[in-house]
Design a protein around this ligand. Sequence first.
Ligand code: FES
Length: 138
Amino acid sequence: MNRTASHRITICTSCKDVSTGRRPGAELIQALRAGLAEARDGLGSDFSVGGAACMAGCTRPCTVGFHGVSKASYLFGDIGAAGSGDDVADLVAFARQYALLSDGWCSSVDRPGKLRRTTLARIPATLFAAPAGEEVQP
Ligand code: FES
């Protein structure tokens, strides 16, 4: 029986590796799909992995986004080409962690490997809004 993926990972397919001029996004998608599928805990069926043309992190190629319903979203940069096994391993480790976080929120020191220092954005799932006429408290 197929489970419906409840999380999504988006990889930029336009980012260009500075040293080679190649666009590694498509290879990275395949490598990450394989890494998730190899995980023994069913991680592969909980994540869909796809591409996007650009996620506005162009100066930090490759960029990778994590999304989940009612969860914080993340954008990571400086993710290496598919041959960078450590980067794929870090993304798989973060996927495992992210799947278990009810709101997706974690601090940088809790993220695996290089994802501790390559987070470009963490966007909360909940919008804090005040009723009309009231100020939003910090
Ligand atoms: S080209 Fe990859 S984020 Fe813009």
